[in-house]
Design a protein around this ligand. Structure first.
Ligand code: 26Y
Length: 817
């Protein structure tokens, strides 16, 4: 059949307005004058996506006509952020849409504000996946994202008396105008049961899986538009439904209520995103989620995306699956199972091709963050996969023994199966054994990953290890988030930098141009003013007009050291209130925090409470209100990030060296003209190298110093005893001054710092304070500061996720040799 000629609605104000009214009247069945803001938002969204449709169909058709090797990005999380702004930018329809809404008497910005962002991720890892698929589309790379359509994304955070309270994120409640459900393309996924041997038609003994229960995966398609290039890729997210069998059971069983419960059980699989990041809890439902989306995705690719009758021994010529951390690693035994049990391949042939189809990205350095699944659970839920994992491991350990004869300790360290404290599958080991490549997410991280986390594997396969430094999409994080800066950049160096971010270098000469730096300052001030008004409306927070904006936004985690930031704030407060500094010597600061704590992470929640307590005390103390303010707007998410980051003067990236794999917020701040105060950790290292030492405030121990101190034995109290400023800050926190006189409320955090301090905040305190003094001095020099800020923008083009994608293509997905 010839493809139908696809055309979208006319790209005029009238054409847009007509398409909008058609959506409202004929799709929603609502008259304009009776319509609610929600109706209007939904119609607007559907109108915009209508303009993307022709490109989407054309992109898919073009890829089908010319099948080449694709990238399959497997990720349990996609932290997409709002879709409307990005779609308008991709189609360049912003002005037309705004005028069309105005012509109908509607408030365009009010409609845009209705969108609830799809928060289908926890933090950095999920947002990275969203940036990567944006770049792949903008670079026209044949690719597909696979993941889970959680009915509830990351929880909405509220504060009650300073404590975090989680509210379910019902992001689908207004309707879902950006997704396309395809129940007709459901896939079946099996679980549980047993395996057995049987004799096949050729008289061969073969294993087979007799599963106990199953669910269906319904694909939901999302458009992933490239930046004004006519490309629209697909993100395919899976939603779990009960299968026919469940429905039949309901009809046939006398126990109707029990049958309905069984149905609910099946659909629970894609119900909610687990809000823990970094600390894996071996929860059965999480393993079900992982297998569910991976099984759906592989089947979808082999049965529907691949040409019919494609020779599966050449599968690696059509696909490379990138594993976003260990969450999708169960795809490896699943691929083996598909090839052997469903496509009749022998072990050796199946392994030959499987071991060319996956690559693994690690996002951590904390040993406790590596996923392991108890053998007991794995056997119960996926018995056939457990058999396959054992066989992979047997053959792998033979290789190890051959390479290192007699080294049984090494064999035990490298085994895919851990024996203690319980028998469990080490997913990172499995990924490393099967993957073509293993990469870390920043230069330092990749080095430590190779030399400290997986050194035995590096000894066996030195060439398997590589680095791809993370990046962020300049479309969302500069163009959309910072329109005024974008206009200034385009006016200065011309268009095109959005897809060729190294071109920001051309701004360097303007760092000393009076007119340019004045405009640059004005943009920053305008962004600050906008943020003040947003926080006032959103949270009732009133911020001072002129103060350095010092921002720390990221998940709440001890290794990220929000407590170190808090100690600095308390120390500054103490200096002012005790008269230790003259008021006129103080550089006024507004501190902004944004952070969600995992609901079960006790210490993280205590830290949130303490930050809120300090913020409140400071706001009520007339001795300091003209010099400092602390704002902690609730529910930090992508939408808020887009408003906060462009307004920031100072970016806080203060993790203990060797603990933050990369960080990506750090890149967004630098690209928006904030200066960084940071440790020598993650991508901070590369940011500092690029922007220059004099435009970056470095402090703290280096990673080898951290390791040495840990080896010697770290005693936080000795730092407390020997540093008067630190002692004053901790004593004041402990005194109950910020907690209504109740010392016990500060005790969990204070005692941990004094007696444990796993992440050595006290050891880095003095160095941090010294660096903050350098920040103050630099900020007083308005011209010097602006110059540094401009240079941060000009020299950060490397951190475009387009460059990350180029690196993945060259080093992992499509290497030249
Ligand atoms: C297994 C489960 C508990 C889990 C869920 C989410 C484990 C980890 C995560 C998320 C991890 C994450 O976001 N890691 C961050 O990835 C970013 C992108 O590479 C890095 O920039 C950042 O340093 C790292 O902490």
């Amino acid at each position: 059949r010839a493809t139908e000629p696809v055309v979208g609605p006319e790209r005029t104000v009238d054409g847009f307005a007509k398409a909008f009214l058609d959506e409202l009247n004929f799709e929603a069945g609502v008259a304009l004058k009776r319509s609610t803001t929600t109706d209007q938002y939904l119609a607007l969204a559907r109108t915009i996506r209508g303009y993307l449709m022709a490109d989407w169909l054309r992109t898919a058709e073009r890829r089908r006509q010319n099948p080449t090797k694709m990238v399959g990005y497997l990720s349990a999380e996609y932290l997409l952020g709002r879709q409307m702004g990005n779609s308008l930018l991709a189609t360049d329809l912003g002005d037309i849409a705004e005028q069309a809404m105005t012509s109908l008497g509607l408030d365009f910005n009010l409609l845009r504000a209705q969108e609830i962002e799809p928060g289908l991720g926890n933090g950095g890892l999920g947002r990275l996946a969203a940036c990567f698929i944006d770049s792949l589309a903008s670079m026209d790379v044949p690719s597909i994202g696979y993941g889970i359509r959680y009915e509830y994304g990351i929880f909405r955070q509220t504060f009650e008396e300073g404590r975090q309270v989680e509210v379910p994120d019902a992001w689908l409640s207004l309707g879902a105008p950006w997704e396309f459900p395809h129940p007709d393309r459901a896939v079946q996924v099996n679980f549980g049961g047993t395996t057995e041997q049987y004799i096949d038609g050729d008289g061969r003994t073969r294993p087979r899986w007799l599963p106990a229960w199953n669910v269906q995966g319904i694909p939901y398609h999302y458009m992933v538009p490239g930046y004004q290039n006519g490309v629209v890729n697909t993100l395919r997210l899976w939603s779990a439904r009960a299968t026919q069998e469940f429905d039949l059971e309901i009809f046939n069983s006398g126990d109707y209520a029990e049958a309905v419960r069984a149905q609910t059980f099946a659909e629970n699989i894609s119900k909610v995103l687990y809000p823990e990041d970094s600390t894996p809890q071996g929860r059965e439902l999480r393993l079900q989620q992982q297998y569910f989306f991976v099984a759906c995705s592989l089947k979808d690719f082999i049965d529907r995306t691949l040409e019919e009758d494609f020779d599966l021994t050449r599968l690696d010529e059509r696909i490379i699956f990138q594993l976003n951390d260990t969450h999708p690693v169960i795809a490896i035994p699943e691929m083996m199972r598909l090839l052997m049990d469903e496509h009749d391949m022998e072990w050796a042939a199946a392994w030959e091709v499987t071991s060319k189809c996956f690559a693994y990205t690690c996002h951590t350095l904390l040993p406790e963050a590596l996923e392991v699944w108890p053998v007991e659970l794995m056997t119960r839920l996926l018995p056939r996969h457990m058999e396959i994992i054992y066989r992979i491991n047997e053959e792998f350990l033979d290789t190890v023994r051959e390479a290192f004869p007699g080294d049984e300790l090494r064999v035990r360290r490298m085994s895919v199966i851990q024996e203690h404290p319980e028998r469990a599958v080490r997913m990172a080991n499995l990924a490393t054994v099967a993957g073509v490549k293993v990469n870390g997410v920043a230069a330092l991280h990749s080095e430590l990953l190779r030399d400290k986390l997986l050194p035995d594997f590096a000894a066996l396969w030195p060439n398997k290890f590589t680095n791809v430094t993370n990046g962020v999409t300049p479309r969302r994080f500069i163009r959309l988030a910072n329109q005024q800066l974008s206009t200034l950049i385009t006016d200065t160096i011309g268009p095109g930098w959005e897809t060729d971010l190294e071109r920001l270098r051309e701004l360097e000469p303007y760092a000393d141009d009076a007119a340019f730096t004045e405009s640059f300052r004005q943009v920053k001030q305008a962004n600050k003013d906008r943020l003040r008004s947003i926080l006032s409306q959103r949270d009732g927070i009133e911020l001072p007009e002129h103060a350095m904006l010092d921002v720390m936004v990221k998940r709440l985690h001890e290794y990220k050291r929000q407590t170190l930031k808090l100690l600095h704030i308390v120390s500054m407060y103490d200096d002012i209130t005790s008269g230790r500094v003259r008021r006129e010597d103080v550089v006024p600061r507004t501190f902004v925090f944004g952070a969600k704590a995992a609901p079960g992470y006790f210490m993280a929640k205590e830290i949130i409470f303490l930050i809120n307590s300090v913020a409140k005390t400071i706001a009520q103390d007339p001795r300091v209100t003209d010099l400092m303010a602390v704002a902690f707007p609730a529910n930090y998410n992508v939408t808020l990030a887009n408003k906060l980051i462009p307004a920031a003067d100072l970016s806080e990236q203060i993790s203990l060296a060797g603990k933050e794999a990369s960080g990506t917020g750090n890149m967004k701040f630098a690209l928006n003209g904030a200066l960084t105060i940071g440790t020598d950790d993650g991508a901070n290292v590369e940011i500092r190298e690029l922007v220059g030492d004099e435009n970056f405030f470095l402090f703290g121990m280096l990673e080898p110093e951290v390791a040495a101190l840990a080896d010697r034995g770290y005693t936080p109290s000795s730092f407390y005893e020997s540093n008067p400023a630190l002692k004053r800050a901790i004593d004041l926190l402990a005194s109950g001054h910020f907690t209504g006189g109740d010392r016990s409320l500060a005790a969990p955090v204070v005692d941990d710092l004094l007696y444990k301090d796993r992440f050595m905040a006290l050891a880095d305190f003095q160095s941090y304070l010294d660096a903050q003094a350098r920040v103050d001095a630099a900020y007083r020099d308005v011209d010097g500061w602006t110059r540094s800020a401009v240079l941060n923008v000009a020299r950060s083009g490397f951190f475009s996720s387009d460059r990350s994608m180029r690196d993945y293509l060259d080093r992992i997905w499509m290497p030249k040799s």
